[in-house]
Design a protein around this ligand. Structure first.
Ligand code: AP5
Length: 265
């Protein structure tokens, strides 16, 4: 039904370091939306040295993608917690196979994706950003010394705990950060970017079938309901360019979405 299309079931799509995590967090701060980041999840597994964490640690540090089945092992149970809520996925899906499995999962629950946001940021901008990135591991909060500085240098704003560098931003053993970044970018182009045409195609199909079919009995309509998926590109080099576009896009696409009540000082 029409209201269903107004539920935020969104993918934040973009190159490594494009700002997916930062913008997802910003949306979740402003609106009543849940978020799930596979990067954060995997980093938590690594910190806790779980089986998944041990398997993922080296792969992430090398700048390669973690195998689909490992990612799916950590993500499936988390997806269930999002059911019937507004949500954004950050960093998942990242391969066609992950995309197909997500689709199947959502189809079973009759909760298809409603929006894919494609962040477009030039490569040279990204490299300088991630060399300046600091993270608070337990929460996934991301800082940057030129944009989004912590209140006290080196410490998380909310907990006061120390910030760290991600191993894929700051590799050991005399590997250059640019080398790792080049690998992450290569993985993006070979494995992740094909997903975008997958979603663009399914969005086109859904709008082509969105005209009501007069030959259908009303109870059949749900089977032919368009998915209502939109794919939108937001481009720019700075937050001043990107954030207002993204926020406007969200407001237009999901007019009923509530802002969070300002309960905390
Ligand atoms: P993940 O954590 O998802 O890394 P990523 O895709 O490389 O993306 P990043 O987190 O580096 O960047 P981001 O786009 O979130 O940008 P951010 O907001 O931090 O994954 C890490 C690894 O885990 C992968 O390489 C892979 O091995 C594995 N993995 C994860 N998911 C997987 C999956 N589904 N399948 C297989 N493997 C998976 O911003 C970057 C910097 O820029 C920050 O310092 C930020 O402060 C700054 N910044 C952000 N926005 C702006 C702005 N507008 N202006 C100025 N600075 C900005």
């Amino acid at each position: 039904d029409e209201r269903d299309e107004r539920v935020v079931r969104m993918l934040m799509f973009g190159k490594p370091g494009a700002g997916k995590g930062t913008l997802t967090a910003r949306l979740a701060q402003k609106y009543d939306i849940l978020t799930l980041s596979t990067g954060d999840l995997l980093r938590q597994h690594i910190a806790e040295q779980t089986e998944v964490g041990k398997e993922a640690e080296e792969i992430i540090a090398r700048g390669e993608l973690v195998p689909d089945e490992v990612v799916l092992r950590v993500v499936t149970s988390k997806l269930d917690a999002l059911h019937n809520k507004h949500w954004i996925l950050d960093g998942f899906p990242r391969t066609l196979r992950q995309g197909e499995l997500l689709d199947a999962h959502l189809k079973k629950r009759n909760t298809p994706l409603t929006l894919v946001v494609n962040l477009e940021v030039p490569d040279e901008v990204i490299l300088s950003r991630i060399s300046d990135r600091w993270v608070h591991l337990p929460s996934g909060r991301v800082y940057n010394m030129s944009y989004n500085r912590p209140q006290a240098e080196g410490f998380d704003d909310q907990t006061g705990e120390p910030l760290t560098k991600r191993p894929d931003d700051n590799p050991r053993n005399s590997v250059l950060p640019q080398e790792i970044f080049a690998r992450r970018l290569a993985a993006f182009y070979s494995s992740t970017s094909p997903l975008l045409s997958f979603y663009t195609k399914s969005a086109a199909t859904s709008s082509a079938t969105s005209r009501p079919n007069p030959h259908l009995h009303p109870h059949q309509l749900s089977f032919h309901r368009p998915s209502g998926l939109k794919v939108k590109t937001v481009s720019g080099s700075t937050s001043d360019e990107i954030w207002p576009q993204l926020d406007r896009l969200i407001q237009n696409r999901f007019p009923g979405l509530r802002e969070r009540l300002e309960t905390q000082a």
